[in-house]
Structures are given as C-alpha cells and as structure tokens.
Design a protein around this ligand. Structure first.
Ligand SMILES: Nc1ncnc2c1ncn2[C@@H]1O[C@H](COP(=O)(O)OP(=O)(O)OP(=O)(O)O)[C@@H](O)[C@H]1O
Length: 376
C-alpha cells in the first residue's frame, strides 16, 4: 500500500466570480521513501495540491470532493485539531516557497523549532529540544548560536535552511517541498537542494517536490506528475517523462528547458495563457494552446489512459507518440498554434482565446506559521 493515496481530489477557492477549481480531479500516489515531482506553469495548481494534503490553505479554500489517504488514515475526515495533533509536522511537513514568510516574526527561530518539537513529542524538556534544534542547525550549515536570532536577522538562504530544519525535525514520513530554492540566489540553490535530499535520505522520508524547473525534477525525483489547469495530465517515472513524454503540454515544457547535452537546441516556449479555472470549458484544458487539438479535444474531457505500466496520460492523441514527439520539436508547430489559436494540424478547433489566468489570488498566503499554536 502506498504511503499517500490521493483520489479524485477537488480543492476550490471561493472567489467573487465563482469557484476557482485549482485542484480539479487529481489522483496521485506516493510510496514510502519515494520522491515525486510536480511540474507545471505558475497557476496550474501545484501548491494547492500540496497544501490540501496538510490543509494549510487560506480560509476561502475548500476540499469539495475526493479522498486523501495517508498511511491508512483518511485525512480529509480528520478535524483541524486532529490533523494538527497527529499529522502536521510530525508525519507530513512542508518547506514553503519563501521560508521568511513561514516563520512568525515575533519569536526567535529557535523558539519556533523548540515549540514544534515539544508540541508533538511528549516529555521532551526545553533544554533537550533546544539541543536538538542546535544540532539540526549545525547539520544544515547554520551556526548553532543563531537559533536565538529572529527571522529578520536571517538571510534568505539561512531562513530556507532553518525551515528545512523545522520540516525535518520530527522525522516526518512525507515532506512537501514547494519550490524550496526559487527564492534563493542561484549559487546556493544547488547546495540547498543537496541538503534537502541528503537529509531526506537520512530519515527515509518520501517527498513531493514542487517546481517549474524540469532540471530540478530530473535530478531529484523518482517520478514526475505534470500538472496543467488543476489536473495531472501526465505521470510516469522521471526517465519516461523526460525522454518519452506523450502529452503535448509535457512536450512543450520539455522544449522550453535547456538540454545541456544538446548545444544546438533551440528553446521554444508554449504560446498562450493557462486556462481560466473559474468555470473551465468542457474538453481538454490544454486544447486552446495545443497545436495538435482536434474536434474531440474541444468537446470531450480526456480520461487518463495507461500506456506503459505507471505511465498515465490525459490526451486524446497520446497514442500518436512518434508524430507528436517529432512535430513538437519544431518551432513552426507552436508558432502556427499561436497564430491560429491552437489548430496547426487540425481544422476542428476554434480560435477563442482561453482568457486570463484565474488570477483571483486575494487572501493567498504562503505562510506556514509554525510558531502559531494553531498551526503546530
Ligand atoms: N487564495 C486564493 N484565492 C483564490 N484563488 C487562488 C488562491 N490561491 C491560488 N489561487 C488560484 O488557484 C490556481 C492554482 O494556484 P496554485 O498557487 O496552486 O498554482 P501553482 O501551480 O502552485 O502556481 P505557483 O507556481 O505560482 O505557486 C491559480 O489560478 C491561482 O490564481
């Protein structure tokens, strides 16, 4: 049995013009010790999916359907109190995009780590918890005395390391890492990623690694789930997604990232904008940007189909793999799609623009707030 089994999850945000269907029918499993990458453009629903797992989302978010089974427990049925007591930090922790927002500015970083440890582990004295926090700082390359500093006294890289310390302090079985290095200087990004994966291996935890960077996932993940418009449109082991993808969106993402083994590679971006997640149209959500969209793609929502064991794709044309891969590598394919609204190889589509990104981010919060008693 998988450690985490998400089935048909629907997490929506209440907005002025309706529900934003940020996670809209997602199924995903994670095995013990496994690292699964979530990739996709900004606004595709990666963070919402992760935050749904530990219910660390804003007040206007709601799980409207589906199930999240973690180690045999249906966690959508737990009360907030049970989730905080039994699961959050202890079993599942999160490294947010920007650690600085994750710490409470009024407590020292050390106090917040001590508080999390003592809240979850009975009988640990303050001195013991402090000594563990110091050890963790040391292991993560932060001078242990700095546990008495306030978050604003930390650089971005140090705050991110401290957040990693906090996320790993209780040896959780699952870590949710949400773009853990994007807020950092490129020079230290690699080192932080290395630190995360080393510590993860040490405590043998599974990880969901969110990123829009294909090179990060290819280095760190066992499997990759490609997220588009609130759905997982393709999932397989990392090698398959990188070398043999079947979904046109994955092919487009691959074109947009440099391949260091190919000096002559021309980077091609995917034209258009992500779908409006308030009241999305029937059919494939990628159709308005897809150069391969045919009539069915506009009308019929594709169901996930398994092509090889564990390789699932939501695309009506995914069995035409040779053609898709060859054509997707040509810049003209995507330029034509840009010019006529997504129908370079079919005359069945329409040319309507997909509209703006839902953009309704009012009340959005990345704060994990480990210091607040309600969140530990
Ligand atoms: N608090 C909120 N209220 C309303 N809509 C929201 C809120 N937070 C996110 N959304 C919307 O939900 C959708 C998914 O957002 P989400 O942050 O999960 O995507 P993402 O793939 O993680 O993007 P990013 O890489 O930018 O973090 C987007 O359309 C976004 O505008």
């Amino acid at each position: 049995m998988s450690l985490l089994e998400i089935t048909d999850l629907r997490t929506y945000y209440r907005a002025d013009d309706g529900w934003v269907r940020a996670t809209d029918g997602v199924s995903l499993s994670v095995d013990r010790g496994e690292t699964v990458g979530l990739v996709g453009e900004s606004g595709s629903g990666k963070t919402t999916l992760a935050k749904s797992i530990i219910r660390l989302f804003p007040d206007n978010a709601e799980i409207r359907g589906g199930s999240i089974e973690f180690d045999g427990t249906e966690i959508t049925e737990l009360t907030d109190k049970e989730l905080r007591r039994r699961i959050r930090w202890q079993e599942i922790s999160m490294i947010p995009q920007n650690a600085m927002n994750g710490f409470d500015p009024v407590y020292t970083v050390g106090d917040q780590i001590v508080q999390v440890i003592r809240h979850h582990e009975d009988g640990v004295s303050k001195a013991e918890a402090r000594s563990r926090a110091r050890d963790l700082f040391d292991e993560l390359g932060i001078e242990p005395d700095r546990i008495d500093d306030y978050p604003h006294q930390f650089s971005g890289g140090m705050a991110q390391r401290a957040m990693i310390a906090l996320a790993l302090a209780l040896g959780p079985s699952l870590v949710l890492a949400d773009e853990p290095t994007t807020a950092l200087d490129v020079v230290i990004q690699d080192r932080i990623l290395e630190t995360i994966t080393e510590k993860q291996a040490e405590i043998d935890s599974a990880m969901i690694m969110i990123t829009h960077d294909m090179s990060v996932v290819s280095e760190t993940c066992d499997r990759i789930a490609v997220v588009y418009g609130g759905r997982v449109v393709e999932i397989a082991d990392t090698r398959t997604v990188i070398t043999n993808p079947r979904h046109p969106y994955t092919l487009g993402l691959r074109n947009a990232f440099p391949d260091i083994s190919d000096d002559d590679q021309e980077l091609i971006s995917i034209p258009g904008t992500p779908p409006d997640l308030v009241d999305p149209d029937e059919g494939c959500r990628f159709a308005p940007r897809c150069p391969f969209a045919e009539e069915d793609c506009w009308d019929v929502t594709p169901e996930p189909r398994e092509y090889e064991p564990g390789h699932l794709v939501e695309c009506h044309r995914a069995d035409e793999i040779d053609y898709l891969q060859e054509a997707a590598g040509r810049k003209a394919t995507w330029q034509d799609a840009d010019a006529d609204g997504g129908t370079a190889v079919s005359d069945g589509g329409t040319t309507e623009d997909s509209g703006d990104d839902a953009g309704a981010t009012a009340g959005r919060s990345d704060a994990v707030d480990p210091g607040g008693p309600d969140d530990v």
